[in-house]
Design a protein around this ligand. Structure first.
Ligand SMILES: Cc1ncc(COP(=O)(O)O)c(C=O)c1O
Length: 268
């Protein structure tokens, strides 16, 4: 089998359109020799070196680019080996944050129905696809599901327009937080575009600024934005071993990189 651009070829040479981009990860297409060359160059230079207490130029450069691409003042990057571990880490960081800020009961995670979040125990626990989970129950307790943003299959009473539906869906999150108890919820997991069961972009009023938007839900409940977005760091990037302030001693055990605050004039 091989791939070229947007196509893959089976063992008999038959061509298919790779409409899913592998599993949503080959957006730039197959057969990109410049990417293969960059990987080969890096492997020849430094095969692997842990970011556990250390840093190296390539990781620093990547963290810097990610900080530039992410919105606002998000300038801290925690590398993981894949999506499940990323989800797992985000939930753990949220729990750790609340433990260290005097709210140890804030541990629960809210996520959407049908949303896929991964295979590890934590990520599977917040995945909204019961059929994928039943073999492995019981999973991590204290997770709750809220409705997905599939406008076409919206339930009766959830609004006639996309705007009304977006606000209805955001309100279900607020309702779930209230029901669970704001002092017990650590985070809400929301993919910008949900990709299980279809491709669901957020309806208007769901994510963007507005009187009843998710930012307000988050503020009201005192919960944190998840999906790998963690509190902005004040310190700038250092090469060599990372020195974290005492209040971040829990992160010494991980492999996070802080980078300088992104400036508007040097965004790509
Ligand atoms: C939205 C989302 N989150 C998490 C995952 C899990 O990622 P991984 O398969 O790299 O563990 C996936 C995988 O498809 C995903 O689509």
């Amino acid at each position: 089998m091989r791939g070229a651009g947007p196509h893959v070829y089976d063992s008999a040479g038959k061509r298919y359109l790779d409409a899913l981009s592998g599993l949503f990860v080959v957006q730039v297409g197959h057969g990109r020799t410049e990417l293969a060359e960059a990987a080969a160059k890096q492997a020849a230079e430094l095969a692997y070196f842990p970011l556990w207490s250390y840093a190296h130029p390539t990781a620093i450069e990547l963290a810097d680019r990610l900080a530039d691409l992410t919105p606002g003042d998000l300038n801290r990057v925690f590398f993981t080996t894949g999506g499940s571990e990323a989800v797992e880490s985000a939930w753990k960081l949220a729990r750790s944050y609340f433990k260290q800020t005097g709210k140890p009961m804030k541990t629960k995670a809210i996520s959407r129905a049908i949303a896929y979040h991964g295979t590890s125990m934590g990520a599977l626990s917040i995945t909204g696809l019961p059929v994928l989970k039943q073999e492995f129950e019981p999973l991590v307790p204290s997770t709750t599901r809220v409705p997905k943003t599939n406008y076409y299959r919206r339930p009766p009473g959830s609004g006639d327009t996309r705007e009304e539906f977006g606000i209805w869906a955001a309100d279900r999150i607020a309702e779930a937080i209230e029901f669970e108890g704001p002092d017990t919820v650590a985070c809400v997991f929301l993919e910008p575009v949900q990709n299980a069961g279809g491709c669901f972009p957020p309806p208007p009023g769901y994510f963007p600024a507005g009187p009843r938007d998710l930012r307000r839900v988050r503020r009201a409940a005192g919960i944190r934005r998840s999906d790998l977005r963690v509190r902005p760091a004040r310190r700038v990037l250092r090469c060599g071993p990372l020195r974290l302030p005492a209040r971040h001693h829990h992160l010494r055990q991980g492999h996070d990189l802080r980078v300088r605050p992104a400036r508007r004039d040097d965004r790509h």
